[in-house]
Design a protein around this ligand. Structure first.
Ligand code: NMX
Ligand code: MLT
Length: 391
């Protein structure tokens, strides 16, 4: 409302807004995070760079409670999550029945849906937190069953922490567990949420608006995350980096220009909302300089970061030529022992279960004085009826 009581006009709609993927069209409010074009994502008002080194559990608390926990709340919340980390019995059989050549994101979407079939309690917040608590073991089972390493999987120890329990359960041979834990903790925090309108979050909330439960909504959100222009860009980006195979600036530039001529995306660059380098990219570059400055992939992405913005900047239609969150995450995951790129988006999905879950809880139980956002139903205009604007 404006001061004189009239309703504020937020957006004048024109025909240019049609078929634009809802770009810039406001559809609601978001309580967990916002993204500014140059400052990137802020969780409940905190710029992401201030939160990168927090315990992931504290950021789960933040996104649900809209404030950071006190030390005693933090430890009580960790205990609460640990108590919730009980997987329903049938889940292993469901996973064992899946084709191993399916993509790990297929497994994740099916795994989450299956967790809901026998583990949901049909209370939005309870289900959202239970799912977060159960993700480390689900993730480890996906890795181990696909790798024929289910036998010998140790007992789950949720009291260790979300990431620590996953690292304990997945037990990758030869990996430096401390480095793996460090990278995954930062990865989780950076990827938990990104405003209300990113494709997977929007999809999850849309499904939940029909009162499907948290698990079914999240499974749909994971399928939205699956595409290479959204979450799967982290897999595609490392594969792209490995194809480049050099950190020589001239060779990298030649490679990138040839990709553009072939009309292929330059993965790890560009964004629907950001108009500067993503702070999450800068945080991961700093981490890489600390833990793997001489890693071959890291040297290539360092060169890409220097060379690509200038090249993409020459193409007027590209609104943001700078690095996004996916530029460095695959390189870091690879360095600490996750050498199969196909798994990278499952880590993104794991992290997003937190933000998407918290946003679903808000839309279902807080918005409109607790009544919840109604069933999503945007308007489409039939092409032959565009003159009359009939729905
Ligand atoms: N490489 C090649 N072309 C690009 C790129 C890029 N990195 N970024 C934008 N474009 C093209 C885009 O395809 C579009 O072409 P057209 O008009 O012919 O359809 C044009 O430039 C305008 O795009 P923008 O308005 O700048 O960006 P848009 O919001 O449409 O797309 C992305 C955003 C992220 C889909 C796009 O930048 C992209 O494809 N990037 C590479 C893939 C990637 O790294 N995705 C991860 C994004 C982060 N995430 O996790 O979701
Ligand atoms: C991201 O994390 O960058 C997103 O999910 C993509 C977006 O915000 O559109």
């Amino acid at each position: 409302m404006t001061e004189d009581g009239s309703k504020e006009v937020i957006l004048e709609m024109t025909a240019d807004h049609l078929n634009s993927g809802l770009r810039g069209v406001p559809v609601g409010t978001c309580r967990t995070s916002f993204v500014t074009p140059t400052g990137g994502v802020h969780y409940c008002g905190y710029p992401i760079a201030e939160l990168a080194d927090y315990d992931p559990e504290d950021i789960v608390f933040l996104l649900h409670h809209k404030r950071l926990p006190s030390p005693s709340e933090s430890s009580e919340f960790r205990n609460d999550l640990a108590r919730r980390a009980i997987l329903p019995r049938g889940i292993r059989n469901t996973l064992r029945s899946l084709p191993k050549d399916g993509h790990p994101m297929d497994w994740l979407a099916i795994g989450i849906q299956a967790l809901g079939m026998s583990g949901r309690c049909d209370e939005w917040r309870e289900d959202a937190l239970n799912l977060v608590a159960r993700m480390p073991e689900l993730m480890a089972l996906i890795f181990r069953i696909r790798d024929d390493r289910e036998e010998g999987m140790p007992n789950s120890r949720p009291e260790l922490g979300l990431v620590e329990n996953f690292v304990h359960l997945v037990d990758i041979t030869g990996a430096d567990k401390r480095a793996m834990t460090r990278v995954l903790r930062v990865f989780l925090v950076l990827h938990m949420d990104h405003g209300g309108g990113n494709l997977s979050t929007f999809t999850g909330k849309a499904i939940a608006s029909g009162h499907a439960d948290v698990y079914a909504s999240m499974s749909g959100a994971m399928n939205a995350l699956y595409g290479p222009l959204h979450g799967r860009a982290n897999q595609s980006c490392l594969e792209f980096v490995q194809r480049i195979g050099t950190s020589d600036a001239d060779a990298v530039e030649k490679f990138v220009r040839a990709e553009l001529v072939a009309k292929r995306p330059i993965f790890g660059f560009g964004h629907a909302v950001l108009r500067a380098e993503d702070p999450r990219a800068a945080i991961q570059f700093d981490l890489g300089e600390e833990i793997c400055p001489d890693d071959a992939n890291f040297r290539t992405i360092r060169t890409l970061r220097e060379v690509v913005p200038k090249i993409l900047g020459e193409i007027p239609k590209i609104r943001n030529p700078n690095a996004n969150v996916d530029i460095a995450s695959g390189t870091l995951l690879h360095h600490v022992g996750f050498t199969d790129t196909a798994y990278y988006t499952t880590f993104f999905g794991w992290a997003r279960t937190v933000g998407i879950g918290a946003q679903i809880v808000d839309e279902r139980t807080v918005m409109r004085d607790g009544k919840g956002v109604p069933l999503y139903r945007p308007k489409y205009i039939a092409e032959q009826q565009q003159e009359q604007h009939v729905d």
